[in-house]
Design a protein. Structure first.
Lengths: 258, 254
């Protein structure tokens, strides 16, 4: 088992994810894309999944151009077959899988009394079942490698606090957070770590809803930058977090502490 | 008989056995008009008989919580009885299974009953409360495993975590309604019911082992849960919403 290392940049030492292979879902844009960049800079090979071919391939080209290796795999993140295929593609391309970032998710809001079962099911399919399927197939691949690994779930601040008109989104994210804890207990003996990142409002096009009022209500006074989520993901992927499992890292500028 | 819930209409799902049946019996003893629901009509009628014997008020409604049309029918029954006051989202499905052996179908089935079922209950109860302009109460039965992880119960923990979070969301939705609706969770520890015995076996030795593993050194009974639900449904908890009531003999603190 490797010793925990500090993130010092040294000419003599290989980068901290050197030789590791990561699968990052929902990496077309935003936090997922930032995570792919961060992992590649840290020496990892990355497979990026998304449900949009053109933007996904463009994102993978961008990451590869910045130092790769990176490839894109088209995936429906609620599909068992697609998760299996994405894991297989990672093993085939890079010889194994050490890290999963289950980042893909959909954001949704609706008035609870008007929320349709289909909309509810759709959100839970991508945000709750998807991470479970990813975890299941990634675990199988990490086991084949025999050296342990790190699984990172992308939760949300609302996994731990409520919000009006977000019943389905919150159900999916709080379910995911418990999923990660249960999996951490089951997989701990095999040195497969499972942790969750809870971002606050992320500063991307997808979260253009970040209003001035929310900025004021956030102790740090602004939205979270995708690079800041990527920094937390790199920490959890690396050996710096080697004794962490079943944990939650909140990256929300202080929102939850209010 | 206590009249704490005098003539108020309360739906209890999964009231055909275990925690649901004990809760139906308890709420009826507190004066509620109970709509006991479930898929097993014979067991449901036994719940009705137990309540009748104690001079309580209860009707059984055949109900699959995953079917929205069933919820609409159950809500109509509550309306005919005078209008819905309380909902106990109790129906649930338990599964101990390693991650590798948990199929997509297993996961879907767990989510359908434990998460979608609870959602449909909240949605239709909210609609009824809005229509009737009634300050209603909802209790969602989560689990200790909706607060802490448990190995080889990943799918179950995921669904119970979803209920825990959904309750906070619904509590804020309900607090914004006029009149206000309260929504809380109950988190049972290991409770000696068919849900447990069907997975782990039914023996005095096992019950004793669970008791020995619980700080209060006793076996959790459905009646303990019924007492807690009765509190959350009653006006005694009128300042509680979005709260988590853990009733586990101390297991979660250990």
């Amino acid at each position: 088992m490797p010793e925990a290392t500090t993130p010092e940049v040294s000419e003599d030492q290989p980068p901290e994810l050197a030789g590791r292979c990561a699968l990052i879902s929902g990496a077309n844009q935003g936090a997922g894309l930032a995570i792919a960049h961060a992992f590649v800079r840290a020496g990892a090979s990355v497979v990026m999944t998304g449900h949009h071919l053109e933007s996904g391939e463009a994102a993978a080209r961008e990451v590869a151009a910045a130092g790769g290796p990176a490839m894109f795999v088209l995936a429906d993140h609620g599909s068992d077959a697609d998760w299996m295929a994405a894991v297989a593609a990672t093993e085939q391309a890079y010889g194994g899988l050490d890290i999963l970032v289950a980042n893909a998710g959909v954001y949704a809001m609706a008035r609870t009394a008007d929320l349709s079962l289909l909309d509810f099911r759709d959100v839970c399919r991508t945000n709750l079942k998807g991470p479970f399927l990813g975890l299941k197939h990634a675990t199988a691949a990490i086991r084949r490698g025999g050296a342990g690994g790190s699984i990172i779930m992308m939760g949300s601040v609302v996994a731990n606090i409520g919000a009006v008109d977000h019943l389905h989104y919150i159900a999916s994210k709080s379910g995911m957070a418990m999923l990660a804890k249960a999996a951490a207990l089951e997989l701990g003996p095999e040195n497969i770590r499972v942790n969750t990142i809870h971002p606050g409002f992320i500063d991307t096009e997808a979260a253009a809803r970040f209003s001035p009022e929310r900025a004021v209500a956030t102790p740090l006074g602004r939205a979270v930058r995708p690079e800041e989520i990527a920094a937390a993901a790199l920490f959890l992927a690396s050996d710096r977090s080697i004794f962490m499992t079943g944990a939650e890292i909140v990256v929300d500028g202080g929102w939850t502490a209010r | 008989m206590s009249r704490a819930l005098s003539r108020r209409v309360v739906i209890v799902t999964g009231a055909t056995r275990g925690i649901g049946r004990a809760t139906a019996v308890r709420l009826a003893a507190d004066g509620a008009r109970v709509v006991a629901t479930g898929r097993d009509a014979i067991a449901g009628e036994e719940t009705v008989r137990l309540i009748d014997e104690a001079d309580g008020s209860c009707v059984f409604a055949s109900h699959d919580v995953t079917v929205e049309a069933d919820w609409e029918r159950v809500m109509d029954i509550a309306k005919d009885l005078g209008g819905l006051y309380g909902l106990v989202n109790n129906a649930g499905m338990f599964m101990i299974r390693p991650i590798a052996d948990t199929t997509e179908e297993d996961f879907d089935a767990m989510v359908a009953v434990n998460v979608e079922g609870a959602f449909l209950g909240i949605k239709h109860a909210f609609r009824a409360f809005e229509t009737d302009k009634r300050a209603g109460v909802i209790v969602n039965v989560s689990s200790l495993m909706g607060l802490v992880g448990f190995a080889e119960a990943t799918a179950y923990c995921a669904t119970k975590g979803a209920i825990t979070g959904m309750t906070r969301a619904a509590a804020l939705d309900g607090a914004a309604m006029d009149p206000k609706v309260r929504v809380n969770t109950l988190h049972p520890g290991v409770i000696w019911t068919e849900m447990i015995t069907s997975q782990f076996g039914d023996s005095d030795a096992l019950a004793a082992a669970f008791a020995a593993d619980t700080p209060l050194r006793m076996v959790g009974r459905p009646e303990h849960m019924a007492d807690a639900v009765a509190f959350l449904i009653s006006d005694e908890s009128s300042f509680m919403t979005g709260a988590e009531l853990t009733v586990d003999g101390g297991r979660g603190a250990d």
